[in-house]
Design a protein around this ligand. Structure first.
Ligand SMILES: O=C(O)CCC(=O)C(=O)O
Ligand SMILES: [Fe+2]
Length: 325
């Protein structure tokens, strides 16, 4: 891995969500450019219908701190028996970390299924979150508004009917959409990957996130911004778009610029297509969104040697970039 001294900050576009809500053509243009290059952009919520999102994030971070500081055996009560699927507490080391020699050094997280939450709020949330009232459902509702508006802009960019794109993401149909609350105590990391879903709304106040730049063929730091989310396209929307959009390749490291950060937290709303949506994957094989999620979770959890053998972890982006990341 390159030493930190040589890793620049990524110069990512900042897009106004209020302008996207108004379908401002200049802002939609920025979205199109950002989603066909590195794939990450900042989204600013000022003046929009969800201008409270950064404030809600701060409240959620406080609850997360209390949750993740509980002893492991308490958190494991939320484990529910799945090792790789969402809607549960996933202990550190379940997925593979950045360092080939220390693969078990990966983040822990709590995944809250948005469909499950709608069906049964109490059952989908660990007890500690009940004290936060409607914070989690309201946070998810705000993110749903964000991704619905973004999808409608992507419909315009891709010249696809808006209803078609929304239909692939019908919130009343079961999907793997989750709110993932991630915790990186100590030096835990997150192995390079593309997201399996369609769109990610990510907040973190700490350094650590890096994006792969196709123009320099190297990693770049994503500067944390307290008031803005980082958005990226994942494999689901990329495949639905006929691979016109780019999935961003990213990871979380704890060295260099990030080494002086303490316990790192991030909040990722991960929109995934409805389970029964079908598309052609990186290899051109027709699969459902649910099948993609299964193979992607398997890849996240596999050894580096296994990951290297297939295009699943990186969503086929290495072929698009023409380089091994
Ligand atoms: O923790 C982060 O900043 C990144 C999280 C991430 O990449 C993910 O949840 O897919
Ligand atoms: Fe990710």
């Amino acid at each position: 891995m390159a030493s930190d001294g040589h890793i620049p900050n990524a110069s990512l576009e900042t897009v106004s969500f209020a302008a996207l809500e108004q379908k401002d053509p200049n802002e939609i243009n920025k979205l199109a450019t950002a989603s066909t290059s590195a794939g990450f952009f900042y989204l600013d919520f000022e003046g929009s219908k969800v201008d409270k999102l950064p404030e809600m994030k701060r409240d959620l971070l406080k609850v997360m701190e209390s949750y993740f500081h509980q002893p492991l055996d308490v958190k494991l009560q939320d484990y529910k028996g799945h090792s790789k699927r969402g809607q549960v507490f996933v202990k550190k080391g379940t997925f593979s970390g950045v360092d080939r020699e220390k693969q078990e050094e990966s983040f822990e997280h709590l995944a809250i299924g948005s469909y499950d939450l709608k069906m049964n709020v109490a059952g989908a949330l660990p007890a500690l979150f009940h004290e936060a009232g409607n914070l989690v459902p309201e946070y998810i509702a705000a993110c749903e508004h964000v991704v619905r508006s973004l999808l409608s802009c992507y419909g315009y960019i891709l010249n696809m009917s808006e209803s078609d794109l929304q239909k692939h993401h019908d919130q009343s149909v079961k999907s793997e959409t989750i709110l993932a609350l991630l915790s990186y105590p100590g030096r835990l990391t997150h192995q390079k990957h593309t997201d399996l879903g369609s769109l990610t709304v990510l907040f973190s106040d700490q350094w650590g996130l890096q994006v792969f730049s196709p123009s320099t063929s190297g990693w770049e730091w994503v500067e944390p911004r307290e008031e803005q989310a980082v958005i990226n396209v994942g494999d689901g929307l990329r495949f639905i778009s006929g691979k016109k959009l780019f999935s961003s390749v990213h990871r979380v490291v704890r060295e260099g610029r990030a080494s002086s950060e303490g316990h790192r937290y991030s909040i990722a709303y991960l929109l995934r297509p409805a389970d029964n949506t079908t598309f052609l994957d990186a290899e051109g094989i027709e699969i459902t969104a649910k099948e993609l999620a299964e193979s992607k979770y398997n890849s996240y959890a596999a050894s580096h040697a296994e990951q290297d053998k297939s295009s699943v972890l990186m969503g086929g982006m290495e072929k698009t970039f023409g380089v091994r990341v």
